[in-house]
Design a protein around this ligand. Structure first.
Ligand code: NDP
Length: 264
């Protein structure tokens, strides 16, 4: 990666970023933020009808972006994208899905879909893109989107937690394995971010009230709350950071609230 110049250490100018899972929510916010910092951004997901206009809008604002169809549950589709974008400097693995159930109630189909979307497809893409980065010898950045479930356990998220914990483990190993190729690999653990993935769950007032009682910052997060960290980790400002799982969670994993008040 480029040597550290304070005036450009957060810039992504001259880099190509592939965002896998960029059609909405966290991935779209990351794609927009990366384009704004000067990267050429490839927005990838299944919803090409959404990706094309998003990329077009970025281009109309003078930024650099293109869209490509990618279904991470389809091996050949992943291989095609991996080959077509072998010049990628930054890979952001965002694609994810979830089904909340008691562990004993998951169907085999649900299990396979979550595993394939959140883990196996992204692993296949990372093998291809990472191999190209190693071969080209210009270094690179890989950012995996994990979850609080990479770090702790909440009920009814067993299969999701298995995929997100696996991504955290892969992050640490690849950070070591590809270090000599100057590739930094990190994982973001977003907290409770309001998106299509969980909108229904956060509908009831009791859920929002609960969050206010347990989290330092009592509000739900937004996709933009995650985008800045992704840009940072993809920039040369983060060249000395690798193998980390970093929570952006309003303090959920690091703080607790209690009713105690000191006497004045
Ligand atoms: P959204 O449902 O808003 O976005 C999911 C993204 O993943 C979409 O762009 C979707 O695109 C893409 N995606 C889903 N399935 C596939 C597939 N088979 N192939 C390619 N792309 C796919 O969810 P979020 O933005 O909330 O989630 C993004 C990531 O962040 C996920 O990995 C999620 O686990 C993680 N996360 C989210 C948290 C939250 O609170 N929201 C908390 C912690 C982690 P399309 O449907 O067009 O294919």
């Amino acid at each position: 990666m480029a040597s550290m110049d304070p005036s450009s250490m957060f810039s992504l100018k001259g880099r190509t970023a592939l965002v896998a899972g960029a059609s909405r929510g966290i991935g779209l916010a990351i794609a927009k933020a990366m384009a704004t910092q000067g990267a050429h951004v490839v927005l990838a997901a299944r919803s090409i009808g959404v990706l094309e206009p998003e990329a077009e809008e970025l281009r109309r604002s003078g930024l650099s972006a293109e869209a490509t169809r990618l279904d991470v549950t389809r091996g050949e589709a992943i291989d095609e994208v991996g080959k077509a974008y072998s010049q990628v400097d930054i890979l952001i693995n965002v694609a994810g899905t979830n089904v909340r159930r008691r562990f004993q109630d998951y169907t085999p189909e649900e299990y396979d879909r979550i595993m394939q979307t959140n883990l196996h497809g992204l692993v296949r893409l990372t093998r291809l893109v990472g191999a190209s980065m190693v071969e080209r010898g210009n270094g690179g950045k890989i950012v995996n989107i994990g979850s609080l479930m990479s770090l702790l356990g909440l009920p009814y998220l067993s299969v999701y937690a298995m995929t997100k914990s696996a991504l955290a483990g892969l992050t640490r190993v690849l950070a070591a394995e590809w270090a000599d190729a100057d590739i930094q690999v990190n994982c973001i653990a977003p907290g409770f971010i309001l998106t299509d993935l969980n909108r229904d769950m956060w509908q009831p007032d009791f859920m929002k009230r609960w969050l206010g009682t347990v989290q330092a910052n009592p509000r739900l997060g937004t996709p933009e709350d995650i985008a800045g960290l992704a840009v940072f980790l993809a920039s040369s400002a983060a060249d000395y950071i690798t193998g980390q799982v970093i929570a952006a969670d309003g303090g959920y994993t690091t703080t607790a609230k209690w009713p105690f008040e000191p006497a004045s």
